[in-house]
Design a protein around this ligand. Structure first.
Ligand code: BGC
Length: 398
């Protein structure tokens, strides 16, 4: 597809990530942590997408998608430090070729939360060499697969990774240390910048960005101190990483799920999150499409094209998903009218999958997966999303 055409082309799709769908990612730190932690959920075969990707992409095609976001598993490509697995690279050549054959534009993520175990054993992202290791992996990937994708997402949600793993003790290595968290953020920022340059060196016309998690912040009361709490949270969580890496983004990839109501609490001093009285997802996440609108308007300041690289809902009964998608896309339409340059939307996720520390219970998929039989059952909302896409195409909106 020609570059000019992409400029006024809206990408519709869904997203996945390697460890959550592929199955048997035995060389990464998550797998190791799952095995050695009795209480941890085991990803096991996940959706067996490593073997069933063609069937899954064919479904995406029947849903009217013209793009797909996926991630490559670093630990498959480099299972041992400095040693490349050509078989894994060939596998991803087949995966990306299949997407192209079906007319699904690949958006390729290079890091989605998992690290090779050899890297974790050497301190992971705390190690000063992490930037070099990542850049070496990226160089390998783009030299071998660069002809098969134009859109590259270096790192998925660096702030989520750093806070969950080095502050909230939720994800491996389950640490709580402010200095370590800050170091990881800095290394990831540097790694993104290096990767940005490497990809551009190797892939003519590449578009490079990150997938940045963004949260909507809503002051509990309409008064200066609650507004200040929201501004500071927004600066730290939504903006800071983007500012640290300014000048190395061809687009902004934004992952939006929810909004939090905040107020300042004097003692103990904190920005307190208040209970949400409105509708919530199966993950207990507030549903607030206005938050997406707010965030998108704010992100206009960067003057970059925006892709919504994730937006979705855990909803096992599929009762709320259609409205969730509809209302968030309306928010996109409103910001488009206000001049924000949104060029794509990826529903999270194409398939029910391994939701990290929460295991297989939360159901985000357009497609229900029976994890015992690996049977795929498209949900009604997948067709509602298709109807929205068709309608938008016909009316020329989005
Ligand atoms: C992550 C996904 C995750 C989704 C739902 C995003 O933060 O990129 O890996 O499954 O949220 O929790």
């Amino acid at each position: 597809m020609g570059q000019e055409m992409k400029e006024d082309y809206f990408f519709w799709g869904a997203a996945t990530s390697a460890h959550q769908v592929e199955g048997s990612n035995i060389h990464n730190d998550w797998w190791h942590w799952e095995q050695k932690t009795p209480s941890a959920h085991k990803s096991g075969l996940a959706c067996d997408h490593y073997n069933r990707y063609a069937e899954d992409f064919a479904l995406a095609k029947t849903f009217g998608h013209n793009a797909h976001r996926l991630s490559l598993e670093w630990s498959r490509i480099e299972p041992v430090c400095g040693q490349w697995n050509q078989g894994a690279i060939e596998h991803y050549r087949s995966v990306l070729s299949e997407l192209r054959r079906l007319g699904l534009e690949p958006f390729v993520t290079l890091h989605h939360f998992t690290n090779p175990q050899w890297m974790a054993e050497r301190g992971g992202w705390l190690n000063g060499k992490a930037v070099y290791w990542f850049e070496r992996y990226v160089e390998k990937v783009v030299s071998q697969l660069g002809d098969l994708a134009d859109f590259w997402i270096t790192i998925n949600e660096p702030m989520v990774y750093a806070t969950h793993s080095y502050w909230h003790k939720k994800w491996p290595p389950k640490r709580r240390n402010f200095w370590e968290m800050s170091r990881v953020i800095r290394h990831m920022a540097n790694a993104h910048e290096e990767a940005y340059r490497t990809i551009h060196k190797r892939v003519a016309g590449a578009k490079v960005g990150i997938a940045k998690s963004v949260v909507g912040y809503l002051p509990e009361r309409d008064q200066w101190d609650d507004r200040l709490a929201c501004r500071l949270e927004d600066w730290w969580y939504n903006q800071r990483f983007l500012r640290m890496t300014r000048g190395t983004h061809d687009f902004l990839g934004l992952n939006y799920y929810f909004t939090v109501k905040k107020r300042i609490q004097v003692w103990p001093p904190m920005f307190k999150a208040l209970p949400w009285s409105g509708p919530k997802t199966d993950m207990d996440w507030p549903i607030c499409p206005e938050g997406l609108e707010h965030v998108l308007l704010e992100m206009k300041q960067y003057g970059l094209p925006i892709y919504i690289t994730e937006n979705g809902i855990a909803d096992a009964k599929d009762k709320m998903r259609s409205d969730y998608i509809r209302s968030h896309l309306r928010a996109v339409e409103r910001v488009q009218a206000a001049g924000a340059d949104v060029r794509g939307f990826f529903y999270w996720s194409l398939l029910d999958n391994f939701e990290w520390a929460e295991g297989f219970k939360p159901r985000f998929g357009l497609v229900e997966v029976d994890f015992k039989t690996q049977e795929r059952r498209p949900r009604a909302s997948a067709y509602v999303y298709r109807a929205i896409i068709e309608q938008a195409r016909e009316s020329g909106q989005l």
